[in-house]
Design a protein around this ligand. Structure first.
Ligand SMILES: Nc1nc2c(c(=O)[nH]1)N[C@H]1C(S)=C(S)[C@@H](COP(=O)(O)OP(=O)(O)OC[C@H]3O[C@@H](n4cnc5c(=O)[nH]c(N)nc54)[C@H](O)[C@@H]3O)O[C@H]1N2
Ligand SMILES: Nc1nc2c(c(=O)[nH]1)N[C@H]1C(S)=C(S)[C@@H](COP(=O)(O)OP(=O)(O)OC[C@H]3O[C@@H](n4cnc5c(=O)[nH]c(N)nc54)[C@H](O)[C@@H]3O)O[C@H]1N2
Ligand code: SF4
Ligand SMILES: [Mo]
Length: 723
């Protein structure tokens, strides 16, 4: 007898509703849920891969302990005991900071990891906490902190109602959207044009998104800050703003105006690679179309002016009157509001402490992951000797991954909570695998807060957990309580007096119990007419639509006087660096990243349904750049940067602008081909062997992963007769 289950896909940010059919404990079919209130039946090819992931023989089911060069299976009890014994001993001997942690991307898609990871962090109490955001959204968080007074007051483009969507450095047709959760990306983006609106993409590559846009501007990597400064300059010069209204809702408009002075379109055009008249024309159209919204993502966050450019995007929306208004840049009102919870746990801002070796600032409590290697390598008090990775693959996702790989192999103890033995976890002494995602419940704590409509969905487990298996939530709870038990009584009492102390007072709570409490306490909970709780969500398998975004500025702008800050001194000061950049000659060939709808960061390449077909790991080069190096499509090339070199195949395409080459990150698993039998056999190398761990954005210390100067040479063919 087959059973049908509704489920929200947790693989990317889009939150698509699925209907999963099971028969006798096996998944037999996965398709889009046409009745889903948010995604309207849309899915992508990765949804089907959930079945393959569930069945993947390489996915770990039992904890592993390193034994020489190999691993042996052990029980969860043993694995937890050893983990907590050894971490506790390291912390007793060398202090709390001697244990470091890296929490990776899939944890953002797992309410259990978010909640219990926070608890575990509190128990470990180490400053050496790292996460994926220093390769990702920290510039957006930092810009939100400066403009709106809170890291988590992030604006979302109201794409369903806008008439002008201006996207910088994002490829939602491939990524399915980021800090813009929107099921059915193509439908929603096509909708803008169908309504008679415009949709403009600024990206060095003519991406899948650029191909469905009204217009594409092939900017040179890193050019966004200069480009937007020039747009703003036109808007100020031509008076395309309502100064009086802005005087009431913002502060320091004049400082912003002053900062734009050196940046006329004519001055920036050559260096950013877009004609002055196109920049000016875009500025005029953007400022005079209502409503309009500018949006920037990874391409902006990971470039050398990430914070300034991210801030300028917010400023562009504010200055043109497109902030906190339908069709513009809006805040969400999720059923569970993470802001107050994060503040309670000390996520306050940025720069409250710095890393030991390079003095790099924390953002939201996490230090930049580009510093992990040096913190392991450099002796002294606070040196990392023990390391815990949770759903993270930093060897592949952090710049100069080779250096990090070498550093990880020197640790006294490394423990990984992970579902695969891969290029990172192979250095662990212990690997603790959680159950298949289909065996746990799911609520998108983060992405509901970043969605283009307010929505809430809960999915119960599709399949019962296998006997003896554990969720991430359980594993992290066991580590946290195990560590606490090994502390002295006063230390234990101190931990218990903290905000989550009650969790440890009795028996282990279920993550669903916590979700229920948070839903009841939230803005749509017991104090509202809707009275949302978990029972109501369970009774609505296709989700609960909480309506379109509504103006929330009064609550979300948390600056001292409630007005938007348009002149943050440290951010605007960075315009001087842009000024110098404009006088520099372009840096030869530079490397940028690329995402494909059939791939997901570093970890879904072991699933045949996603990797079959043409190779997707080639270096894209513009015909002019290839010709000048004597390179033809299909050639093998050596790509070299300051920190490393790799060999890859080449695909020649004028989709990338001259001077730019593009490569996806997260590939190169051949060293673990025995454990990742599909991924390990793929052609491809890790892009982060080339990215530079010393090249960081100065304000937020975010890794600059787009724009790496590289040298590309054809690899001479080894000819058999040429002996
Ligand atoms: N050059 C370059 N580098 C980049 C990027 C780029 O664009 N270019 N992008 C950056 C960005 S935006 C991000 S977010 C990071 C992502 O980098 P990471 O944070 O390292 O995340 P992933 O690469 O997704 O790796 C996820 C790990 O979690 C494991 N895993 C998967 N599901 C689960 C689960 O349910 N539970 C547990 N415990 N483990 C699980 C996988 O096996 C894998 O080891 O990469 C960054 N690195
Ligand atoms: N299929 C799939 N979906 C994913 C992921 C995945 O790996 N695969 N990863 C998920 C994660 S962790 C994230 S954070 C999101 C990211 O979501 P997106 O931000 O949409 O990610 P990308 O597709 O990498 O798009 C970034 C774009 O920036 C461009 N770019 C590079 N440098 C510059 C620059 O200097 N300026 C400008 N203007 N553009 C530039 C690149 O050419 C690229 O097209 O996607 C998520 N969704
Ligand atoms: S777009 Fe994202 S959420 Fe939707 S099915 Fe694909 S991977 Fe899952
Ligand atoms: Mo990301």
């Amino acid at each position: 007898m087959s059973e049908r289950h509704t489920r929200t896909c947790h693989l990317c940010e889009a939150m698509c509703g699925l209907v999963v059919t099971t028969e006798a404990g096996r998944v037999t079919d996965i398709r889009g849920d046409k009745e889903d209130v948010f995604s309207r039946g849309h899915i992508c090819p990765k949804a089907f891969a959930l079945k393959e992931l569930h069945d993947d023989g390489d996915r770990l089911r039992v904890p592993l302990r390193r034994r020489g060069n190999d691993f042996e299976e052990i029980s969860f009890e043993q694995a937890i005991e050893e983990t907590t014994d050894r971490f506790a001993a390291i912390q007793r001997k060398h202090g709390k900071d001697a244990v470091g942690t890296y929490i990776g991307n899939p944890s953002a898609h797992n309410h259990g990891t978010i909640l219990m990871g926070t608890v575990l962090s509190g128990v470990l109490a180490t400053r050496n906490r790292f996460d994926a955001n220093s390769q990702d959204a920290n510039p957006k968080l930092f810009a939100s902190l400066r403009a709106f007074g809170d890291l988590l007051s992030m604006t979302i483009p109201d794409v369903d109602r806008t008439r002008f969507f201006l996207a910088f450095g994002a490829n939602p047709v491939a990524s399915n959207g980021s800090i813009m959760t929107l099921g059915d990306v193509r439908g929603r983006l096509n909708g803008i044009r169908a309504r008679g609106g415009s949709f403009v993409v600024v990206d060095p590559r003519r991406t899948e998104t650029a191909k469905i846009a009204s217009e594409h501007l092939a900017i040179r990597p890193g050019g966004d800050a200069a480009f937007i400064l020039a747009m703003l300059r036109v808007i100020f010069d031509e008076g395309l703003l309502d100064r009086e209204a802005l005087g009431r809702t913002t502060r320091n408009l004049a400082a912003l105006e002053r900062a734009t002075e050196p940046f006329t379109p004519a001055r920036v055009a050559a260096r950013v690679g877009i004609e002055a008249e196109r920049i000016a024309d875009l500025a005029r159209r953007f400022a005079t179309t209502k409503p309009a919204v500018a949006y920037g993502r990874i391409g902006v966050c990971q470039n050398e002016f990430g914070v300034l450019a991210s801030f300028l995007i917010e400023a562009l929306n504010v200055v043109t009157g497109n902030f906190d208004t339908p069709g513009g840049a809006m805040f969400t009102e999720p059923a569970i509001d993470l802001g107050p919870i994060a503040r309670r746990f000390g996520v306050q801002g940025a720069g409250h402490h710095v890393s030991r070796v390079r003095k790099l600032p924390e953002v939201g409590g996490n230090l930049p992951a580009a510093a992990i290697a040096e913190e392991i390598e450099t002796p002294g008090e606070g040196q990392i000797r023990g390391f815990l990775t949770i759903a993270g693959n930093p060897v592949s996702s952090v710049p100069n991954g080779e250096r990090l790989r070498r550093a990880l192999s020197t640790l006294e103890l490394m423990v990984s909570v992970d579902i695969y033995l891969n290029e990172t976890t192979r250095h662990a002494h212990l690997i603790l695998p959680p159950c298949s995602p289909l065996e746990r419940g799911h609520y998108d704590l983060i992405f509901c807060a970043l969605a283009v409509r307010n929505v809430a969905k809960y999915s119960p487990p599709v399949l019962p957990p296998k006997e003896g298996s554990r969720e991430d939530w359980d594993i992290l709870y066991d580590i946290a309580t195990g560590l606490l038990a090994k502390r002295s009584l006063p230390q234990r009492l101190e931990a218990l007096s903290g905000p989550l102390g009650r969790l440890f007072a009795g028996i282990k709570p279920r993550s669903e119990t916590v979700l229920d409490l948070l839903l009841r306490a939230g803005p749509h909970g017991l104090r509202s007419a809707r009275r949302l709780d978990l029972a109501k969500l369970r009774a609505a398998p296709h989700g609960v639509d909480l309506g379109p975004l509504r103006p929330m500025g009064k609550e979300r702008v948390r600056t001292p006087d409630g007005r938007v800050e348009l002149g943050p001194v440290d951010v605007l000061r960075d315009a001087a660096r842009v000024d110098r950049w404009l006088d520099e000659a372009p840096r030869g060939l530079v490397l940028i990243g690329r995402r494909h709808v059939r791939s997901n960061n570093s970890w879904m390449h072991n699933l045949t349904s996603l990797t079959k077909g043409p190779t997707r790991t080639a270096l894209f080069m513009n015909p002019a750049d290839a010709a000048s190096r004597g390179i033809k499509s299909g050639d093998r090339v050596r790509v070299r940067s300051r920190v490393g070199e790799i060999e890859v195949g080449v695909e020649i395409t004028d989709d990338v602008r001259p001077g730019v080459a593009s490569l996806p990150h997260g590939f190169g698993q051949s060293a673990v081909r025995d454990h990742l039998r599909v991924a390990g056999a793929l052609d491809g190398a890790s892009m982060n062997t080339l990215t530079d761990d010393e090249w960081l954005e100065p304000l937020s210390a975010t890794s600059i992963l787009n724009g790496t100067p590289v040298r590309v040479d054809r690899v001479a063919e080894v000819s058999v007769d040429a002996e």
